[in-house]
Design a protein around this ligand. Sequence first.
Ligand SMILES: C[S@@+](CC[C@H](N)C(=O)[O-])C[C@H]1O[C@@H](n2cnc3c(N)ncnc32)[C@H](O)[C@@H]1O
Ligand code: SF4
Length: 388
Amino acid sequence: MSAQAQAAGLGVYVHWPFCLSKCPYCDFNSHVRAGIEEERWRAALLAELAHYAADTEARVVTSVFFGGGTPSLMAGETVAAIIARVRSLWAVAAECEITLEANPTSVEAARFAAYAAAGVNRVSLGVQALDDASLAFLGRRHSAAEALAAVELAARHFPRMSFDLIYARPSQTLAAWRDELGRALTFAGRHLSLYQLTIEPATPFAEAHARGDLALPAEDAAAALYEATQEMMAAAGLPAYEISNHAARGEESRHNLTYWRYGDYVGVGPGAHGRLTIAGAKTATRQHRAPEAWLARVEQHGHATRQRTTLTRDECREEMLMMGLRLKEGVDRAHFRRIHGAELEAALDSERLARLTGAGFLELDSRGLRATAAGRQRLNAVLGALLA
Ligand SMILES: C[S@@+](CC[C@H](N)C(=O)[O-])C[C@H]1O[C@@H](n2cnc3c(N)ncnc32)[C@H](O)[C@@H]1O
Ligand code: SF4
């Protein structure tokens, strides 16, 4: 699908906020509960979909993404009901990508057949590491063998499959990571997400880091790990198309491309964000974050929208650059003009731009603006220098 056709489509994000336990590095909106009434949750998610369909009726859905939390804790009937409701509320593209994030335990893998029958055609598995000591350190509930069995099962059930690994873990050497990634590639499909461990505020890892009990690789060691990753993935035919995402050509996550290309998406469920073009203006939406407060509001009002704001031209420009420069393809010139109403050159400070292109971090040409490999490696600093 071309960037332009996709930008005209609509993504649908569904957030499932529950996990069996909380991993010590994770600051996603995920919560552990002794039990939940799944029928109430299902009805509430269906209600929020209907609420946002009213704003986006004429749009064609090009992707659905079940994220979390742990969506693989959802019953197959819940996933089926949500997909059926999306199909009844919107026109759905023939090649619509329907992804579900799954944790690779055997219990969850047992639900794969039901998800595939419900219409899920892509799974993204949180494998995270390939040895049991690292998995225990990361607080995971699965062994490496269990995770790899889930990967193999997923490859049989779904046409498309990806998995996540977390690298640059404490004291992980370059040789050890090369070995782990090499092994991962023997199990990989046509997409892999490879994240450097980050210390997120207010997590147990942040506390351990502050106490001096958890040390990340130094900057130059982390850079070497990143470069080795890029090189190995390109050699394996799965080059990076985004900072942490690697795929064979045409196998990129279409849903995530919608975010990075600044397309429109509906977000339902606790804490979900959306971006919708309504009456020609980009509108940011955000749902209540706390699960029980979200549920109570949806049951009372049909939705739990906490924020619905029209973004200014400047806010759109910033968001579009922050998202688009994560991609290897960068920000498309014509798409930028359509959204921002001005050429890239007119929208950016020429001195800052010249400094960053001169230093080899950005490239600007007839196609648009993009970050070089060196620029993507330090994107936050580049964005700071470009937009400050
Ligand atoms: C929504 S999360 C997890 C989905 C699923 N619940 C799981 O754990 O497999 C998506 C991915 O973000 C990555 N991630 C989360 N926190 C991270 C952190 N602090 N550093 C690096 N990667 C992180 C993990 O690879 C994870 O699989
Ligand atoms: S990494 Fe996944 S399983 Fe672990 S707490 Fe975060 S969302 Fe839940």
